[in-house]
Design a protein around this ligand. Structure first.
Ligand code: PMP
Length: 284
């Protein structure tokens, strides 16, 4: 595949980064994943705005503008055949002359992007959709989860806990037994026809898929929703659970800690919400 590295589009085999790169040494960088279907992106501007926010939060000065990013991503999509792709973008603080914690002066950020094939959901029919299985565990990550840092070891270790038990994801809760998110997704529940998702704060990533879904639900008006704290008791008693991300879109969860969610079938509210999402996602 063709990747982008520091100004050039090159074969992935030719892409080389210094071992002194702070992305490698410290996980000192910000990343994004932007989905594209048949070459058309979903949520490109909000994704790049989140990247600008993350770079500002950690003081990385990258001179690329929104238009620069749009052109870069368009070119990368074309060079990779324009199909269903997850565009991965990574800006690290760059390679210093030594390993030293303080932010260095005068170091150029490293900018890397690649396009990986993604599989769009095969169906929006609740009777044939694949249900996800999730585990649950206490959220042991750091207290700056709103920053989309490339330092993902906390997320990786949580994902692995779920994966080792045969699960697709793992739901996380804080010390007060309040749902935060999942290891690589945002989380939603449905109770009595109402869609509920946690508020945005330092405990969760402000997911773009979450944002699009809430915006689409609000504009459509047929499915009520709430943004508020959710206790784990509510999660275990939910009618439906969903996890959302740019690569999995809106995934219905049918098993939690080895037990069925409600009747163990993919829910009707998921079906309606996923149809709305599919109909409107390219508007973002
Ligand atoms: N939370 C975490 C921890 C994630 O890693 C992701 C996916 N990158 C999400 C939520 C979902 O975010 P988005 O919808 O923007 O992909």
């Amino acid at each position: 595949s063709t990747v982008y590295l520091n100004g050039a589009f090159i074969p992935v085999e030719e892409a080389k980064i210094s071992p002194l790169d702070r992305g490698f040494l410290f996980g000192d960088g910000i990343y994004e994943v932007v989905p594209a279907y048949a070459g058309k992106t979903v949520g490109l501007e909000p994704h790049m705005q989140r990247m600008f926010d993350g770079l500002a939060a950690i003081g990385i000065k990258c001179t690329k503008t929104m238009d620069d990013w749009k052109a870069l991503i368009q070119e990368l999509i074309e060079q990779n055949g324009g199909g269903d792709l997850g565009i991965y973008i990574h800006v690290s603080r760059g390679a210093d002359v030594k390993r030293y914690h303080a932010y260095p002066e005068g170091v150029e950020p490293t900018v890397f992007a690649m396009a990986n094939p993604i599989k769009p959901a095969i169906t929006d029919d609740a009777s044939t959709a694949k249900g996800f299985s999730v585990a649950t565990t206490q959220d042991m990550r750091w207290k700056r989860c709103q920053i989309k840092s490339t330092a993902l070891l906390g997320n990786v270790m949580h994902f692995q806990e779920g994966y080792a038990g045969g699960n697709d994801e793992i739901l996380l809760y804080n010390e007060d037994n309040i749902l935060t998110e999942a290891s690589s997704s945002n989380a939603f529940i449905v109770k009595d026809g109402v869609v509920i998702t946690p508020i945005l704060d330092n405990q969760i990533l402000p997911g773009i898929t979450r944002k699009l879904i809430l915006d689409i639900l609000e504009k459509d008006g047929s499915i009520p929703f709430e943004v508020r704290d959710i206790s784990m008791e509510e999660v275990f008693n939910a009618d439906e659970i969903w996890v959302t991300s740019s690569s999995k879109e809106l995934a219905p969860v049918t098993t939690i800690d080895g037990k069925p969610v409600a009747d163990g079938k993919v829910g009707k509210v998921w079906e309606a919400a996923f149809k709305l999402y599919t109909a409107h996602k390219f508007e973002y």
